[in-house]
Design a protein around this ligand. Structure first.
Ligand code: G
Ligand code: G
Ligand code: MN
Ligand code: NA
Length: 254
């Protein structure tokens, strides 16, 4: 319970911060977007990662104010990048089911876009396959509303969540993100390679872009490029970094 109150205060007193992990076009090596990932700076100097506090935020409902803070901050940063001529592509934000399925969620998204004067396509929303399937029917309705607003939609951790293909067809998404568990041994494990290749083909056959997550080596990158995967993300290109580091390391390319 201490941690719940601490998180409440952290949201209120600006103790959260976003880092950004670049997504790279495998064909030309250029940055096509960044994924925003939240960090919590504790008073003792340690940094708490979202894996440690997002589950608690979901249970307590704090995910709603936390999620609003993340969306507002990511859009504020995107506006700053655009104003200063840095083309980072879209900014992606991870959503929790409890946040995403709020009836007023699309209105909130619209208000944040308006506040920061952003085109909807500047923002990408990531929802995991397993959370989309938890409430598949409701998720279809919500994704349709968001899609009609023009926001980009990605299905995260794909391959771990048992989507039926019937549902996948009904989710109006733009992008599949191949879960990094399939990428790790792609070069040695023929089953993982077959799964990754199947996801790339499935995505393309459905008119979607495909991102591979968790690329850590040149071998993995080469293999995915050869299989026609569109985009990649992972420590091989960059770990999650600050907004300033994104500008310094990636934005001279354009
Ligand atoms: O950055 P890191 O690898 O520690 O992230 C761990 C997990 O936390 C990932 O699954 C990521 O999707 C999730 N996560 C990071 N930032 C956010 C956020 O702002 N909102 C939600 N709901 N999840 C996040
Ligand atoms: O669940 P989601 O895909 O949103 O998770 C993003 C998380 O994956 C971040 O916490 C990030 O730190 C982590 N991550 C990103 N790239 C790599 C990578 O190449 N290897 C590993 N092990 N983790 C990664
Ligand atoms: Mn993600
Ligand atoms: Na993922």
């Amino acid at each position: 319970l201490l941690i719940e109150n601490d998180l409440r205060k952290a949201i209120k007193y600006d103790k959260l911060r976003l880092v950004y992990q670049p997504k790279i076009d495998l064909h030309d090596g250029r940055i096509i977007g960044v994924e925003a990932l939240v960090r919590w700076d504790l008073d003792n100097g340690e940094v708490m990662s979202p894996g440690e506090f997002i589950p608690m935020a979901e249970e307590t409902g704090l995910i709603v104010p936390l999620g609003k803070w993340v969306l507002d901050e990511a859009c504020r940063q995107q506006r700053l990048w655009l104003d200063r001529g840095f083309k980072v592509g879209s900014v992606a934000v991870n959503l929790s089911p409890r946040q995403f399925l709020q009836i007023e969620f699309p209105d909130f998204i619209q208000s944040v876009l308006d506040k920061h004067q952003l085109e909807p396509s500047c923002l990408e929303l990531e929802i995991t396959e397993s959370s989309a399937m938890e409430n598949a029917q409701q998720s279809v309705q919500m994704l349709k509303r968001l899609h009609s607003m023009g926001v980009a939609l990605a299905m995260d951790d794909f391959g771990t969540g048992y989507s039926s293909l019937a549902y996948l067809k009904r989710f109006p998404i733009d992008t599949l993100k191949i879960d990094r568990s399939f990428i790790r041994d792609i070069y040695h494990d023929s089953n993982d390679a077959a799964i990754a290749k199947s996801i790339i083909d499935l995505g393309h056959n459905m008119g979607l872009k495909v991102v591979a997550e968790g690329i850590e080596s040149s071998d993995q990158k080469q293999w995915l490029k050869k299989q026609g995967c569109d985009y990649a993300q992972g420590f091989f290109f960059s770990k999650p970094i600050s907004a300033n580091e994104v500008e310094e390391s990636f934005c001279h390319i354009r």
